[in-house]
Design a binder for this molecule. Structure first.
Ligand code: IPE
Ligand code: IPE
Ligand code: MG
Length: 249
């Protein structure tokens, strides 16, 4: 018998899923562990969700791994996270290649320690030929940083005469964002239960469907991901039109 959340029974698989991976700290604290233990466990979830996203035919998976604001956390936690990112990328690269997953990253990554950054760049180079899932890590990322950065570059290209200021439109802005090569997310998932977007992809999520689960990221399972996709498949996306108009398309 077919499960309701099997790939074949889900009405519509989102092309781009973006996830705010939240709740690592609370997961650890609830167990009397250090917050960084929650991040260690969270890496296992990244692996699991990358696998299930591939299995389900998702094309782009953008994971919010570290925000611009997260730099303000206690130094020990930031250091532990940066160290963990470097180790995890090194360890996972062979499996990413085996599973045909291509790694990309978005964010103000120059702020990251050179060790972690080099490993990330190495993984990006070694998976650049992969044609399956695009795994896109948002690191040192915030949408306001991204939009300000795009505005700066648009202004400078206009001054240099490379673009016509009066012709700047939504497509121009999109093309200067870090996600220029990707479609906008169809589905935004947040784990950990908070009902906010925390400076993530503010421009790109204009019409994303939002799915929030109270489950902490380390406990987020493949089945829970499939459930989010199943719910997405049941939503009617109207993009400002009436329901009647959409159903007539
Ligand atoms: C999300 O988990 C991971 C990062 C922000 C790096 P948190 O560390 O924010 O966990 P909570 O929200 O405190 O539980
Ligand atoms: C959002 O989680 C950032 C990441 C998941 C990397 P936060 O834990 O930083 O968000 P707030 O502070 O609760 O809004
Ligand atoms: Mg949090």
């Amino acid at each position: 018998m077919r499960n309701e959340t099997d790939k074949a029974t889900i009405k519509q698989v989102p092309s781009h899923v973006a996830i705010i991976m939240d709740g690592n700290g609370r997961w650890a604290q609830a167990r009397g562990l250090e917050r960084s233990q929650g991040h260690v466990e969270g890496v296992n979830t990244v692996r699991r969700i990358t696998e299930v996203a591939s299995e389900m035919g998702v094309r782009y998976l953008t994971l919010y791994a570290f925000s611009t604001e997260n730099w303000n956390r206690p130094k020990e936690e930031v250091d532990a996270l940066m160290h963990l990112i470097g180790i995890a990328i090194e360890r996972e690269t062979p499996d990413l290649i085996k599973n045909n997953v291509r790694l990309t990253m978005i964010g103000d990554v120059e702020r990251m320690p050179s060790d972690a950054l080099e490993r990330l760049r190495g993984c990006i180079a070694r998976t650049s030929h992969c044609t399956g899932l695009n795994l896109n890590l948002a690191l040192s990322y915030s949408a306001r940083w991204e939009i300000a950065d795009a505005a700066r570059r648009i202004a400078s290209d206009a001054v240099a005469g490379k673009i016509d200021a009066s012709a700047i439109d939504e497509a121009t802005v999109s093309s200067y964002l870090t996600t220029a090569a990707m479609p906008d997310p169809d589905l935004l998932i947040r784990t950990g239960g908070d009902l906010r977007v925390s400076n993530f992809l503010l421009w790109q999520i204009a019409y994303a469907e939002i799915y929030v689960t109270p489950t902490y990221w380390p406990d987020f399972t493949k089945e829970a991901f499939r459930e989010a996709l199943a719910q997405f498949g049941c939503r009617e996306r109207r993009f400002g039109l009436t329901g009647e108009q959409v159903r007539a398309i």
